[in-house]
Design a protein around this ligand. Structure first.
Ligand code: ZN
Length: 370
C-alpha cells in the first residue's frame, strides 16, 4: 500500500511554496522500518534515480518492511542554478551546509536540558533493553517536536523535518554523490561486519562515536551513546538498532537508472540479510580520519586519469599532472601528482582548474579488508 503526502516547507518571495513529498509504503507484517532520502545536497541527484527504482520495486513486490522515501529532500536548493550547474551543497544566502543543521538531541536543545544518559539507563535497568529503547525513542521524539516548533532558520527547519521522518527507521540511507567518484559508503564503525558485503559498492568509511550536524550522525549517535552506557551498566553486549548510512552514489549532477538499480539491489540485500556473498576480498574500509583530501601544491590546471579511480595506488605512483602557468609557458615541467603513502583513490574534484590548496582527490589510507 503506497501513499504520497506533502509536508509544507517554505514559502518564497514570489508566493510559490516548497513542500517535501513523502512516499510511504506500509506493510501489515513489517519486520523493520526503512528510510531513504535523496538530494539533500541538491546537485547530488543519483539518489533520486535509486528512490524511483525503489518505488517501482515496492509497486511490484511484497516487501515486508515499512518504507519511507523522500526523493527531493531539499526542494529549495534544487531550484537554484548557477550557470549550468546546481549549487546544491550550501545555502546561497547564509553559506550554511544543508547537511550540518541536524540536532544532537542529547545536548541542550531549544531550552531543554541535556539528557543525563547515566541517569536514564539506571532508571530502566530493571525493565530491560526493549523498554529502554522504547522510552528513549519517545524521549528523542518529544525533544525533536520541541525543536520543530522552535526553529525557523531554513537549514534547521529542513533538518528537523527530515529528522522527524527518519526517527523511527531501523535502516536509513542518506543518498549523496561526490564530484567524480566511485560509489562509497559512510557507516558508524559498529556496523563494520561481513554483512556489508551485500552492498554493491566496495569502499566503506567508518565514522567514530562522535556527534556532528550531519543527518547520519544525528540518527545513530544518540543511540550509540545510549547503548554504550547500557552495556557498561548491565554487562550486556547489545548492538545499536540503527543501521544508518550516508551513501555516496558516484558522480553528482547525474541520473543513471542502471547504476542506481544496481546499488539498490545491494541495499535491499543488506536489509534482508539472507546469504552473505563471499565478496570480502573486494571490500575495503578505513577510519574516517584516514579518508583525506589531497590538495593542489600550486595553482594550475589538473590533467586527471579517471581510470585510476577505485584502484589501490602505491606511494609515488603518478595519479595526474598539474599544469602550472610556468609549465604552459615552457619555463618548467608539469608537476606529477603522487601520494606520499599507499592509498585507494575514491574521488576527484569536477573542475580541472585549481588554486593552491584546493581539493584535488579524496583517498583512503590505512585501509583494510572488511
Ligand atoms: Zn553530499
Amino acid at each position: 500500500m503506497i501513499n504520497i503526502r506533502k509536508i509544507p516547507l517554505r514559502t518564497m518571495i514570489s508566493g510559490l511554496a516548497h513542500k517535501i513529498s513523502v512516499i510511504e509504503y506500509r506493510h501489515p507484517q513489517a519486520k523493520a522500518n526503512v528510510y531513504l532520502q535523496a538530494a539533500l545536497h541538491a546537485a547530488e541527484t543519483n539518489g533520486i534515480a535509486l528512490i524511483k527504482a525503489m518505488r517501482e520495486f515496492l509497486e511490484k513486490n511484497d516487501f515486508p518492511y515499512n518504507v519511507t522515501l523522500v526523493p527531493f529532500a531539499n526542494p529549495f536548493a534544487m531550484d537554484i542554478k548557477i550557470g549550468e550547474y546546481t549549487y546544491g551543497r550550501f545555502d546561497t544566502k547564509t553559506g550554511e551546509n544543508w547537511n550540518r543543521g541536524f540536532k544532537n538531541l542529547l545536548m541542550p536543545v531549544c531550552g531543554l536540558d541535556k539528557i543525563d544518559l547515566q541517569e536514564f539507563v539506571v532508571k530502566y535497568q530493571n525493565q530491560g533493553f526493549d523498554q529502554l529503547c522504547q522510552a528513549f525513542h519517545k524521549l528523542l521524539s518529544k525533544r525533536l517536536q520541541v525543536c520543530i516548533q522552535h526553529d525557523i532558520a531554513p537549514h534547521e527547519k529542513l533538518a528537523n523535518t527530515l529528522h522527524k521522518l527518519a526517527l523511527d527507521a531501523d535502516f536509513s540511507f542518506d543518498l549523496h554523490c561526490d564530484s567524480i567518484s566511485v560509489p562509497y559508503i559512510y557507516a558508524p564503525s559498529y556496523l563494520k561486519d561481513k554483512r556489508l558485503c551485500h552492498f554493491i559498492s566496495d569502499y566503506f568509511i567508518f565514522t567514530p562515536n562522535e556527534p556532528s550536524g550531519c543527518f547520519n550522525q544525528a540518527i545513530f549517535y544518540p543511540w550509540w551513546q545510549l547503548i554504550t552506557y547500557w552495556n557498561e551498566l548491565t554487562g550486556e553486549e547489545q548492538q545499536s538498532p540503527k543501521h544508518a548510512f550516508t551513501y555516496e552514489m558516484g558522480n553528482k549532477e547525474t541520473f543513471d537508472s542502471k547504476s542506481a538499480q544496481n546499488l539498490l539491489n545491494g541495499m535491499i540485500a543488506y536489509i534482508q540479510n539472507n546469504n552473505i556473498p563471499e565478496t570480502q576480498d573486494k571490500k575495503y574500509g578505513c577510519q574516517e580520519a584516514d579518508f583525506f583530501r589531497v590538495r593542489a601544491s600550486l595553482g594550475g590546471i589538473i590533467e586527471y586519469d579517471d581510470a585510476q579511480l577505485g584502484k589501490i595506488h602505491n606511494k609515488h605512483v603518478k595519479l595526474g599532472s598539474l599544469h602550472t602557468q610556468s609549465s604552459i609557458l615552457g619555463i618548467q615541467e608539469a608537476i606529477e601528482i603522487t601520494l606520499p603513502i599507499n592509498a585507494i583513490l575514491l574521488t576527484r574534484t569536477s573542475s580541472a582548474t585549481m588554486h593552491e590548496g584546493d581539493e584535488v582527490f579524496k583517498v583512503m589510507s590505512n585501509y583494510f579488508k572488511i
